[in-house]
Design a binder for this molecule. Structure first.
Ligand code: ADP
Ligand code: GLC
Length: 468
């Protein structure tokens, strides 16, 4: 069974968030299952991975978008270093840039990518069994396969849509229809939601099945989905929840090349302390205090706007008996508030950037990882934290609800209810009382490191979905 994953991101080629981690791992694990041949198709970016690896051009053609003509080149990585075939689609002028997102013509970019991929497959008569589309950026593929005569060779190919984040739907005005490959206008209802072309809504309408990245998040979408609640209810019969895994080869404290001191369950206490000491020295923090961390995008979904209040309240209420380290970037108001707090509190360290190596060091060094998310379709940070012996403190929502049970019922972390600073601070007080009970803390560290969040089981669930 041939599965093509279509995505804007894939670790380690180009990563903005968890989508990259999933697309970089799932096909690798799928390929370990007999009878499955999974690959990834993504845009070409000006990134180190692309410069440092060998590619061969496997297709060179043209597509027409409105009155423009664009070259489409497909390049295949020669040595299959990632455990799956990787194809990069280069469209000079649109898909040949530094980063996946942030350009004013992104609707046109994503349309060109989807058009380019289907044009290539049609021209080369490549008919996969499943086109697996990730998020709204590739959400128009199920519509195009069935309704654009140009791709009639692909008609009937099964399409699966995975919703990693329903907050982003890619709405565009109807004028953009001129940029689509030709389609029968009587089918426009399949593109529309609320007066706009809505790629995520279209994906849900047109795909054979769709899934979210946790069961908890799927339940929430039936009631809260930025206007698509009734659609998801209508199409609920083909909706599934499949929890993400983590790549336990990349995220392994015993072998992680980003760590100065590797450690296993057996020597976790010492290993974590040595990493913490090094990190605290780098940031001028006292390594003898418990270390709380936050890693992520500064966006409302992540509850990052709550961080300043959480920080000052928890430092003041505990008289400075804890350290906090924050790694992230995004909303400029949040960045500025954190910068200001950093001048006031010596217990706080902030690093405003995207640093893959530092995230690994923080997971390994922290005692607790804080996730005050408002929306969390799955969340990978809590699973990385646990694998590195760090206790997650999470809001009880979406994928966090499915992966972190509260310690009061025998679970692995701390849950809190509302996305308000006081609830998070209360959870921090609970964390401190666990921290000061040395035996309890050590048991928690070790049992968290034993958790199996590997992709094997979830990959099997995807295979069942493909087979259905
Ligand atoms: P999302 O995809 O919504 O951002 P996830 O929890 O699924 O959230 O995944 C986030 C991924 O991005 C994790 O691998 C996390 O370690 C990483 N990450 C987020 N922010 C940063 C940062 N500033 N530096 C390094 N890694 C980061
Ligand atoms: C999205 C979600 C996150 C999820 C990730 C990977 O970015 O916000 O919760 O873990 O996708 O599926």
């Amino acid at each position: 069974m041939r599965i093509f994953n279509l995505s804007m991101e894939c670790y380690p080629v180009a990563k903005v968030g968890g989508l990259a981690d999933v697309v970089g791992a799932l096909p690798k694990y799928l390929n370990k299952i007999e009878g499955i041949e999974a690959s990834v198709i993504m845009p070409w970016y000006n990134k180190p991975f692309v410069q440092e690896h060998g590619f061969e051009v496997v297709f060179d053609g043209w597509i027409h978008q409105s009155q423009h003509t664009y070259q489409v080149q497909v390049m295949k990585e020669r040595s299959r270093t990632l455990g799956f075939d990787l194809y990069l689609v280069k469209i000079p002028g649109l898909m040949d840039r530094d980063n996946p997102y942030g350009y004013s013509d992104e609707s046109q970019q994503f349309l060109a990518f989807q058009h380019g991929v289907l044009h290539w497959l049609t021209a080369m008569q490549i008919r996969p069994d499943v086109l697996h589309c990730h998020d709204y950026h590739t959400g128009l593929v199920p519509f195009m396969v069935e309704n654009c005569p140009e791709f009639s060779f692909l008609k009937g190919v099964k399409t699966i849509g995975t919703i990693h984040n329903g907050e982003y739907q890619g709405q565009m005005k109807w004028e953009m229809a001129a940029y689509f490959p030709w389609f029968d206008g009587s089918r426009r209802g399949l593109l529309e939601w609320d007066g706009y072309i809505n790629p995520l809504a279209s994906m849900i309408k047109c795909c054979h099945a769709f899934n979210t990245v946790s069961g908890g998040y799927l339940d929430e979408l039936f009631h809260s989905f930025r206007g698509l609640e009734s659609l998801v209810r209508q199409e609920g019969a083909k909706a599934y929840g499949i929890i993400n895994g983590i790549d336990t080869e990349v995220w392994n404290p015993e072998t992680d090349p980003f760590l100065e001191f590797n450690f296993s369950k057996k020597d976790a206490q010492k290993g974590k302390y040595l990493n913490k000491k090094e990190l605290c020295e780098d940031y001028g923090l006292n390594p003898e205090l418990p270390l709380f961390s936050f890693i992520g995008r500064f966006a409302g979904e992540k509850g990052a706007d709550l961080l300043p209040e959480i920080i000052w309240k928890s430092i003041q209420q505990t008289y400075g008996a804890l350290n906090i380290i924050i790694l992230g970037s995004g909303d400029k108001n949040i960045e500025n508030s954190l910068r200001e707090l950093n001048h006031t509190y010596s217990n706080l360290a902030i690093d405003l950037g995207y640093k893959e190596y530092l995230s690994h060091k923080i997971y390994a060094s922290s005692d607790f990882l804080l996730m005050p998310s408002r929306v969390e379709p799955c969340g990978l940070n809590q699973m990385y934290a646990m694998r590195y012996g760090t206790v997650p403190i999470v809001r009880y929502i979406g994928g966090l609800r499915d992966t972190v049970e509260d310690i009061s019922t025998g679970g692995s972390g701390i849950n809190f209810g509302a996305a308000v600073a006081d609830d998070a601070v209360h959870a921090i007080h609970r964390a401190l009382s666990i921290y000061h009970n040395k035996d309890l803390m050590m048991n928690l560290v070790q049992s968290n490191m034993k958790f199996n969040f590997s992709w094997e089981k979830s990959a099997e669930n995807y295979v069942s979905l493909y087979r259905n």
